[in-house]
Write a protein that binds this ligand. Structure first.
Ligand SMILES: C[S@@+](CC[C@H](N)C(=O)[O-])C[C@H]1O[C@@H](n2cnc3c(N)ncnc32)[C@H](O)[C@@H]1O
Length: 225
């Protein structure tokens, strides 16, 4: 790690959350994390037992959208990354219930995983759906869609791979458009924002945003070939 990496690694993009994990979630974590969980030694072929395009889902939340997408897309593998134990537990439960063979879960910071473990050009897509908006200006440094994070994640995408973000926070959406457009190796697949692609299910946080009357913004960029 360079000195810059260490400085950036200290600013976390998530809220440390405590609170009780329910018995059902405790049970899912104990039983299923050893089956579907991966750690910093993650290696795609070993983890999935095959060589297939790999999708990185950052901040999978309660995992409902991840499980739905993975079930509809069996030819690709999904690596879901989350730090919120109830969300991790819920996704593990959905994966086991649905008999999904193409999902693995990392409990930790996706940016650390990208820095230390994911190989350059190894991803077919990066999904960042409804990331924490960190609306206060003094918290903007915590936003995951920032030039240095985008450069890191884009470097892990294979040429032609998709960088797909969605948000219900208009000011953050405008910032995402600026940051992604400024990356020298990303090209927008649309003029500005794009309608929600059919493969992206409506997520829990999206529903909350819609219920609060907010507009939804999708952005799909591709790494240059
Ligand atoms: C607002 S929620 C959205 C969850 C889900 N994508 C949805 O749309 O319902 C954002 C999630 O991203 C997670 N998160 C934020 N930064 C992360 C990081 N660096 N690595 C892993 N998860 C992260 C948070 O814990 C949180 O659960």
């Amino acid at each position: 790690m360079t000195a810059d990496d260490i400085r950036l690694a200290r600013v976390r993009t998530f809220q440390p959350r405590r609170g009780r994990v329910s018995d059902r979630h405790e049970d899912a974590l104990a039983r299923l994390l050893p089956v579907y969980g991966v750690d910093e030694t993650f290696e795609p072929e070993a983890a999935f037992g095959r060589s297939a395009p790999l999708v990185l889902e950052i901040g999978s939340g309660m995992g409902t959208a991840t499980a739905e997408m993975a079930a509809a897309d069996p030819d690709r593998d999904y690596l879901a990354v989350e730090v919120h134990p109830p969300g991790i537990a819920n996704l593990l439960w959905l994966v086991a219930e649905g008999g999904l063979r193409n999902v693995r879960v990392f409990d930790g910071d996706a940016l650390d995983l990208a820095r230390t473990t994911l190989a350059p050009s190894s991803l077919s897509a990066v999904h960042v759906y409804f990331p924490d908006p960190w609306p206060k200006p003094r918290h903007h440094k915590r936003r995951i869609i920032a030039p240095e994070h985008v450069a890191l994640l884009r470097s892990r995408l294979a040429p032609g791979g998709a960088f797909h973000c969605a948000t219900d926070w208009a000011e953050y959406a405008a910032r995402m458009l600026t940051v992604l457009s400024a990356d020298p190796e990303l090209v927008n697949t649309s003029e500005g924002f794009t309608p929600r692609p059919a493969h992206r299910p409506v997520t829990k946080f999206e529903r909350r945003g819609v219920a609060a009357g907010r507009e939804i913004f999708d952005l799909v960029f591709r790494r240059v070939e």
